[in-house]
Write a protein that binds this ligand. Structure first.
Ligand SMILES: O=C(O)c1cc(C(=O)O)c2c(n1)C(=O)C(=O)c1cc(C(=O)O)[nH]c1-2
Length: 571
């Protein structure tokens, strides 16, 4: 992959498609379109990781710190990183010196549900592109930070926001939206990354009308097939976390959020395509297949979690093109990524009480643990139930990683339950649209979080490491035999990928809810992670709140390398 088609020294789709095979840069969220978050670098390994020390750090500054959830990108000697309140920086990767910064002017009245976070930028050609809390897209010049184009994803006054990292797939800029708690309608949009011009759009709620590349209208699904009356109109389904991409199949895999409102009694039916994974044709945006993990979702088990693409050999030696998803609902699904067919579904957490198992037809076998209908109690609060996992999920947005070295997935999991009940609600533009009340509760005295190594072939947990507070950072695996993850207690840790033993840890000064990434520069392997406590837990954690109340806020990018680095030439 050489320079951009127009002769600039730009990032190309082919670089992004092969991101996982190149260690001297990180051009995509997920460290490759398959989202494996795996690096073949091994300078930092089980023997050397003890010598990992800070190379430099950068403070995001500002008067208001909040959750820092972003993954860095690295290209041409620069690091691109985003922070809370829709801010973005370019730094010299060697020295950490500031090259440029962009601070988005946010209007009053934005309504992100779950903290003012941002999970990272996309880079393409000579542009750095990110989405903002007022649901805008901003593309800036990679060298200067000067704005080249802006566009609107949706109207923030209607409850839309944006927190994800955009994705580059099929030479298009792919974005979803946030707003599922406000009756916003989930939609995936594809733009020309150079100009911002819309190429196709695909609402992910049946009955809504999207656009094909020729400009013509095209309805999603069949109106009223799985939603009654006009319930689909404010149906939610926000694809707020982005997705993964298979360049060979030209399929874009996106998870969709909870249907709105949470009170499922008011919207009988499966409510396609909410709480599901959809595979979209990269050329047209049309839905090629879908797999709904939680039909008629009643518990806010958003299906947004990433489908991580991986291959394995079956008993007959045939390569299976698979994808795996650790869903908020507590089950770990392995799907055929060409067809969406279910290959297996096993629990990755204990104590799932909303369903007993996933049947061979792909549907959950429910236990009947749905909150009562408020209409049956004179329109007041309905009967409440206690159910696990809690709505923040067996795993939330924080990404798992897959190591081809061990064949294991490393899942930042959580075990908690909730009391939940329904209340009557009517839709009002821009207002919360839940129809539910809830309290999250711990299940155990000594842990909520648990880092789990899951074997996708057997459904077995090969090792686990509990954590007192929720695991809220992404994980990353490396050929050095390591798994990296952060904790709310402020540590970035390196775990042995075969045993879970903690081999190294560093205190970053605030909770780590960010995403480790690694690359090589001038013979050194580098590790980066952002630190800064926030995200959904301190806002929505209910009785978990006291466990995390003492954690102080922050906003810092940390970059590490080995104190005495070995020569990379040997590999
Ligand atoms: O339905 C939505 O639109 C939506 C958006 C977001 C977001 O954009 O961060 C979250 C959620 N839902 C959500 O349910 C959730 O648990 C959550 C956690 C976080 C976070 O950053 O810690 N964001 C979100």
């Amino acid at each position: 992959e050489t320079a951009g088609a127009d002769g600039t020294n730009g990032v190309t789709q082919s670089m992004i498609n092969n991101d996982h095979a190149h260690n001297d840069r990180i051009t995509s969220y997920g460290m490759g379109p398959h989202g494996q978050r795996y690096s073949t670098l091994e300078q930092i390994n089980r023997d050397t990781v003890g010598d990992l020390t800070p190379a430099w750090a950068f403070s995001f500054g500002g008067e208001q710190q909040r959750g820092q959830e972003s993954q860095t990108l690295v290209y041409d000697g620069k690091i691109f990183v985003t922070g809370s309140y829709s801010r973005m920086w370019a730094l010299d990767a060697e020295s950490g010196e500031l090259i440029w910064s962009y601070e988005h002017r946010l209007p009053d009245g934005i309504s992100p549900c779950c903290d003012v976070v941002n999970r990272g930028p996309a880079i393409y050609d000579d542009l750095v592109i990110f989405g903002t809390l007022d649901a805008q897209l901003v593309a800036v010049d990679m060298e200067t930070g000067r704005v080249r184009w802006r566009d609107e994803i949706a109207d923030y006054r209607e409850g839309y926001s944006y927190t994800a990292a955009p994705m580059i797939a099929n030479d298009l800029l792919i974005t979803g939206n946030s707003g599922g708690e406000f009756g916003a309608v989930g939609e995936v949009q594809a733009r020309d990354p150079r100009t911002g011009e819309m190429v196709w759009s695909r609402p992910v709620v049946e009955g809504h009308v999207g656009m094909l590349p020729d400009g013509s209208d095209s309805m999603t699904g069949e109106k009223n097939a799985t939603w009654e009356g006009n319930t689909w109109e404010q149906g939610g389904g926000a694809p707020w976390l982005g997705g993964t991409y298979d360049p060979e199949l030209n399929l874009v895999y996106i998870g969709t959020g909870n249907p709105a409102p949470w009170n499922a009694h008011s919207r009988p039916g499966d409510n396609l395509y909410t709480s599901a994974t959809v595979a979209l044709d990269g050329d047209t945006g049309e839905i090629v297949w879908h797999y709904q993990t939680t039909p008629n979702d009643h518990w806010d088990y958003d299906g947004v979690n990433e489908l991580v693409l991986f291959d394995y050999e079956d008993e007959n030696g045939e390569v299976v093109k698979a994808g795996a998803k650790a869903d908020r609902n507590g089950f770990f699904y392995v799907l055929d990524r060409e067809t969406g067919e279910l290959l297996s579904a096993e629990p990755f957490i204990d104590n799932i009480t909303w369903a007993d198992r996933i049947d061979s037809d792909g549907r959950p076998v429910e236990t009947g643990n749905r909150p009562g209908n408020p209409a049956e109690t004179d329109g007041d609060r309905g009967e409440s139930v206690t159910v696990a996992p809690a709505f923040l999920g067996g795993k939330n947005w924080s990404h798992m990683s897959y190591s081809p070295r061990t064949g294991l997935f490393y899942i930042p999991a959580n075990e908690w339950e909730m009391e939940i009940w329904n209340e009557p609600v009517t839709y009002r533009r821009g207002a919360a649209y839940l129809g539910a009340g809830f309290t999250i509760k711990p299940i155990y005295d000594d842990k909520v979080g648990v880092l789990r190594a899951m074997n996708p072939r057997t459904g077995e947990i090969e090792w686990e490491v509990p954590n007192p507070t929720p695991m809220w950072s992404s994980t990353m695996a490396t050929a050095g035999g390591l798994v990296f993850a952060g904790t709310p207690e402020g540590f970035i840790k390196a775990y042995d990928d075969e045993t879970g033993e903690v081999l190294w840890q560093f205190q970053t000064g605030s909770g780590v809810v960010g995403q480790p990434a690694t690359w090589e520069m001038d013979g050194n392997q580098y590790l980066s992670v952002v630190s800064g406590w926030g995200g959904a837990v301190p806002l929505w954690g209910g009785e978990i709140g006291p466990l995390v109340r003492h954690i102080t806020q922050g906003g810092m990018l940390w970059v590490f390398k080995l104190h005495q680095s070995a020569d990379l030439a040997s590999h």
